[in-house]
Design a protein around this ligand. Structure first.
Ligand code: NAP
Length: 255
C-alpha cells in the first residue's frame, strides 16, 4: 500500500501516471485537501480517499504533494504514524534536513517530478536521507518507475534539475506553439501543424535518448552544406535562441 497527501497538479499527475501505467489503484490511498479535487480524480481512477493523515497508516511509502504553506501542518500530523515508513516529499521548499527536523528518525527523501509523469514519461530527481538503504531506494524506484525515469541527485542539484526537467515542459510547449504558428504561416492547417510539431518533439527526444550520438552530432547529421536546416539553425542563433533558453533557466532559478 502507498499513500499520498495532496493530489493537486503534481500529486494528481504522479497518481495518474501510476494507475494509467498499471499500478493497482486498490493499493493507493490519498488524503486530499479542502476542495473536491481529490474525490473527482478518485472517481476517474479508482483509488481510495481518506480524510485524515493517520488513515494512511497501512502505507509503506507516503508521498507528500502539498504546497509549502501546508507542509508544516502535514508533517505534524504525519509524525504520529511515520516511524516505520519511507516519506517522499515533492514540495519544492522541503529539504531532507527540514523533513528530518520535523519527523525525527524517519527515512525521508525529497523529489522533484515533472508533469510528463502523468503519461509515464516523467523525469524525477530525488535525494534520499543517509539512512535510506539500497532496499528502500529500490522500493521507491519500483513505484516511481511506473511514471518514468527516477534519478538520484545531490540535493544541491535538485533545484536546477527541477528547472531543466520541470519548468521546461512549458518552454517546449512555447517552442511547439511557435513552430506550429510558423507552419500555419506557411500554409498548414492548425491541427496538422500541431501534429507535425508535437510528433517531431516526441521523435527527436526519443532519437536523442536512444542514439549513441550526442545532440550536437545529431544536428550535424541533418545540416547539409548550404542546406535549409543549417540556414534555419543560423537564424535561430541570429535571433538568440540558445541565449534565450539559458536566460529562461536563469529566470526560473532566480526567485
Ligand atoms: N506542479 C509541478 O509541476 C510540480 C513539480 C514538482 C514539484 N512541485 C511542488 O509540489 C508542491 C505542490 O505543487 P502543485 O503544483 O501540485 O500544487 P497544487 O496543485 O496546489 O496542489 C497541492 C494540493 O495539496 C492539497 N492540500 C493542501 N493542504 C492539504 C492537506 N493538509 N492535506 C492534504 N492535501 C492538502 C490541495 O488540495 P485542495 O486544493 O483540495 O485544498 C492541493 O490540491 C509545490 O511545493 C511545488 O513546488 C510541483
Amino acid at each position: 500500500m502507498i499513500g499520498f497527501i495532496g493530489a493537486g497538479s503534481i500529486g494528481g499527475a504522479v497518481i495518474t501516471g501510476l494507475i494509467k501505467n498499471g499500478y493497482d489503484a486498490d493499493e493507493i490511498v490519498v488524503k486530499g485537501g479542502h476542495s473536491n479535487r481529490t474525490s473527482l480524480l478518485a472517481e476517474q481512477l479508482g483509488f481510495k480517499v481518506v480524510k485524515k493523515v493517520k488513515q494512511l497508516d497501512d502505507a509503506e511509502v507516503i508521498f507528500i504533494a502539498v504546497g509549502a504553506n501546508a507542509l508544516e501542518s502535514v508533517l505534524t500530523e504525519l509524525k504520529e504514524i511515520a516511524s516505520d515508513k519511507l516519506i517522499v516529499a515533492f514540495t519544492g521548499s522541503a529539504s531532507v534536513a527540514l523533513l528530518k527536523q520535523d519527523l525525527g528518525k524517519v527515512k525521508v527523501a525529497h523529489a522533484i517530478p515533472n508533469t510528463p509523469v502523468k503519461v509515464g514519461a516523467g523525469f524525477t530527481g530525488i535525494t534520499y536521507s543517509d539512512d535510506f538503504t539500497d532496499e528502500d531506494k529500490k522500493k521507491v524506484a519500483s513505484i516511481m518507475g511506473y511514471t518514468g525515469q527516477l534519478v538520484e541527485v545531490p540535493e544541491d542539484q535538485l533545484g536546477i534539475i527541477g528547472t531543466v526537467a520541470g519548468c521546461s515542459p512549458a518552454f517546449l510547449d512555447v517552442f511547439i506553439e511557435a513552430l506550429s504558428d510558423a507552419g500555419v504561416k506557411h500554409g498548414l492547417n492548425r491541427k496538422l501543424a500541431y501534429e507535425a510539431a508535437i510528433g517531431m518533439a516526441i521523435g527527436a527526444g526519443k532519437l536523442a535518448k536512444q542514439s549513441d550520438l550526442n545532440v550536437s552530432a545529431l544536428k550535424d547529421e541533418v545540416t547539409s552544406p548550404g542546406g535549409s536546416t543549417i540556414r534555419g539553425v543560423a537564424a535561430l542563433e541570429e535571433y538568440g535562441f540558445r541565449n534565450a533558453v539559458i536566460k529562461a533557466v536563469d529566470a526560473a532559478e532566480n526567485d
